[in-house]
Design a protein around this ligand. Structure first.
Ligand code: C2O
Length: 549
C-alpha cells in the first residue's frame, strides 16, 4: 500500500482566529490543522510530537481501525497519553472505507483548543465521483475566548449549576470576525489574570473565502469540528445536494440548509451557476442557540463565510509573528449582498436530517438483532458538593490515564468471555460482546438536551428515533435501508435505536461528542470479541507510553 506520511508538532501559541487573542493548541502552527488525505487501501503514518505541557493523543474519527484498535488514539481507552516532549507514531491502513472524516485530540478537552483537522479518504469506487469537478472542506465550529481547561473546570464545579459554557463565537475554516465592543459582555469576560480582553481584540477580522469558478460543480465536505453547538449550514441562492453523511454515500437529495451536529459530516454538491463575474454570496452557519441553557450576549450566532466567484480560497490560518498571529487572511472582499433562504426553511430543533432524506446509495436493510443493549443517559447533580456529572446507566466515566481499558482487557485476569464487569474499575462501563452478532443499541435520553453520540470503529444503522423512552414492540422501527452513520443526535427526552455488527475486535468508546459532556463522564465502552483482543500483539511503543507517563 502507498504510505501517506505526516510529521506533526503540537504546541501552544497565542492566536486570534476571530481577532480575539487567546492561547490555542496548534498542529504545525496551523488552525485548523493539516489535512490528512489518502486513498482507500493506503497506509496512514503520522508522527506526532507533543510540545505541550500536557499529555495528548490523536483520534481518527470514523476510521474502523480493524485489527489496529491501539491506533484509535483515545486516552483511557486505547492508549496512555503521549507525554510532553515525546513523540508517538500512528500507523494504520484504510482498507474498506472512504469519504469525509476528521481527526482530533482525544485527551481532556484539548480539541476545543484547536487540535482538529480534516481526514479525507478517496476511492475509485465512490458512486458520485462523476458529479463534481472539485473538492473543498468547510469546517464549522463553535469558538471560545478562554482555554478549554478553565471552561471545563468551571463546568464541572458548583459555580456552573450544570450549565454548559456557551461559545463566544463560531468559525468557518477557523476564521470569523468578532465585535470587540462586546468583549466585556461575554459570559466569561475575563481570562484569569488579564482584564476583559478588549485590549487583545481586533474587530473586523476577515471571514473565510471559498473561491469558485463559474460553471463548475463543487463537492463541499462540511465537518462540525466544534465542541457544543450544532449548526444549520446554507449558501445564499445556491441549493445544496447532499451526497454523503459520515463516510456513507447517500442517494442525492436537495436541501436549502444542512443541520449538522458536533462531529458529523456531510458532503454537498454546489453548482456555481449564479454569476459569471467576481460576485460574492454569503455562506451561513447559523448556530442553534435554542439548545443552550443560557444566553451569551457577546455571541452573534449568524456565523458567516463568503462564496466568491473568480477568487482564490483562503488558506488555513498559519501562525506568523509579524502580525501578532492575527487572522488577517486575504485582501478584504466586499461584503456580499446576497439574500438568505426564507426563515420557514429551517427548524429550530437540534436534530439530524430526517431518515427520508438520508437513503444510503448502496442500500442495505438493517440486519435482525441478535442481542439488545439498553443504555440510559442522564445528568445528576451530586447533592453534597453539587458537581454536575453525566451518567450512562449508573456510571460516570473517568479516564484511567495510566491504564487504558484496552491494556486491562489484554493483561487483566479472567477475560476471554463471560462478564467482564469484574475486570474494570467502577468508573468504567464496559459491555462485552463475545461473538460476532448484530447488536441493537437502545439509548434513552433522560436529559433536556440533544446529544450527538459517536461510536468508535463502526458505522451503525439508525433504525429508530423519537420522543420519550423506547417502548419495544410499540415504537416504530425503520428497517428498510435506514441511514448508516457514525454520529447520531439523540433528541431531548428522546431515544435512538441503533444496530451494529460486533465484528471489529477492540475496546470502542461510545460517547456524547459534546466535549463538556464527555468531560462530565458521558462515555461507555464496548469490548468486542475479547478472545481476539487478548491475542492482540500490541506494539511495544504503545505500552511504553504507559511507562513514560
Ligand atoms: Cu470524534 Cu471519541 O471521537
Amino acid at each position: 500500500p502507498t504510505k501517506r506520511y505526516y510529521e506533526w508538532t503540537i504546541s501552544q501559541h497565542v492566536v486570534a482566529p476571530d481577532g480575539f487573542e487567546r492561547p490555542m493548541l496548534l498542529v504545525n502552527g496551523k488552525f485548523p490543522g493539516p489535512m490528512v488525505e489518502a486513498n482507500t487501501g493506503d497506509m496512514i503514518v503520522v508522527k506526532v510530537t507533543n510540545n505541550m505541557v500536557n499529555g495528548t493523543a490523536i483520534h481518527w474519527h470514523g476510521m474502523f481501525q480493524n485489527g489496529t484498535n491501539w491506533m484509535d488514539g483515545t486516552t483511557g481507552v486505547t492508549q496512555c497519553p503521549i507525554p510532553p516532549g515525546q513523540s508517538f507514531t500512528y500507523n494504520f491502513t484504510v482498507p474498506n472505507q472512504w469519504g469525509t472524516y476528521w481527526w482530533h485530540a482525544h485527551a481532556a478537552s484539548q480539541y476545543v483548543d484547536g487540535i482538529v483537522g480534516p481526514l479525507i479518504i478517496h476511492s475509485p469506487d465512490e458512486p458520485h465521483l462523476e458529479k463534481y469537478d472539485q473538492d473543498m472542506v468547510m469546517m464549522v465550529s463553535d469558538h471560545y475566548h478562554i482555554d478549554s481547561a478553565s471552561l471545563a473546570a468551571w463546568y464541572l464545579s458548583t459555580a456552573s449549576e450544570g450549565v454548559e459554557p456557551v461559545p463566544d463565537n463560531g468559525l468557518i475554516n477557523g476564521r470569523n470576525s468578532f465585535d470587540c465592543s462586546m468583549a466585556t459582555e461575554a459570559l466569561f469576560p475575563t481570562t484569569p489574570g488579564s482584564g476583559n480582553g478588549k485590549d487583545r481584540c481586533f474587530s473586523n477580522a476577515p471571514q473565510a473565502v471559498f473561491g469558485v469558478e463559474p460553471g463548475l460543480t463543487y463537492r463541499i465536505r462540511i465537518i462540525n469540528t466544534g465542541s457544543f453547538a450544532d449548526f444549520k449550514v446554507s449558501v445564499d441562492e445556491h441549493e445544496l445536494t447532499v451526497i454523503e453523511a459520515d463516510g456513507v454515500d447517500m442517494v442525492p437529495v436537495k436541501v436549502e440548509r444542512v443541520p449538522i451536529h458536533v462531529a458529523q459530516r456531510y458532503s454537498v454538491l454546489l453548482v456555481a451557476n449564479r454569476s459569471t463575474s467576481n460576485e460574492g454570496f454569503w455562506i451561513r452557519a447559523e448556530m442553534n442557540t435554542n439548545c443552550f441553557n443560557v444566553e451569551n450576549p457577546a455571541l452573534d450566532p449568524s456565523v458567516k463565510a463568503i462564496l466568491q466567484y473568480k477568487a482564490p480560497s483562503t488558506p488555513s490560518f498559519s501562525i506568523n509573528n509579524t502580525n501578532n498571529n492575527r487572522n488577517t487572511g486575504m485582501t478584504t472582499q466586499e461584503a456580499p449582498n446576497s439574500v438568505d433562504w426564507n426563515e420557514g426553511a429551517w427548524s429550530p430543533h437540534c436534530d439530524d436530517l430526517k431518515a427520508e432524506m438520508l437513503k444510503p446509495f448502496f442500500a442495505k436493510d438493517a440486519p435482525e438483532a441478535d442481542t439488545q443493549v439498553v443504555l440510559e443517559m442522564s445528568f445528576q447533580t451530586i447533592s453534597r458538593d453539587r458537581v454536575n456529572m453525566g451518567y450512562v446507566n449508573k456510571t460516570s466515566w473517568r479516564p484511567q490515564l495510566d491504564s487504558p481499558t484496552l491494556l486491562q482487557a489484554i493483561d487483566g485476569g479472567g477475560g476471554g468471555g463471560g462478564n467482564s464487569a469484574t475486570m474494570f474499575d467502577a468508573s468504567q462501563l464496559v459491555v462485552t460482546l463475545d461473538k460476532i452478532q448484530t447488536v441493537e443499541l437502545v439509548v434513552n435520553n433522560l436529559d433536556e438536551g440533544a446529544h450527538p453520540f459517536h461510536l468508535h470503529g463502526h458505522v451503525f444503522y439508525v433504525v429508530g428515533s423519537g420522543d420519550g423512552s423506547y417502548i419495544p414492540g410499540q415504537s416504530a422501527l425503520h428497517i428498510e435501508n435506514p441511514p448508516r452513520r457514525d454520529t447520531v443526535t439523540i433528541p431531548p427526552y428522546g431515544y435512538v435505536v441503533l444496530r451494529f455488527v460486533s465484528d471489529n475486535p477492540g475496546l470502542w468508546a461510545f460517547h456524547c461528542h459534546i466535549d463538556w459532556h464527555m468531560a462530565a463522564g458521558l462515555l461507555m465502552q464496548f469490548l468486542a470479541l475479547p478472545s481476539q483482543v487478548k491475542a492482540f500483539e500490541i506494539p511495544q511503543v504503545v505500552r511504553e507510553l504507559c511507562r513514560a507517563s
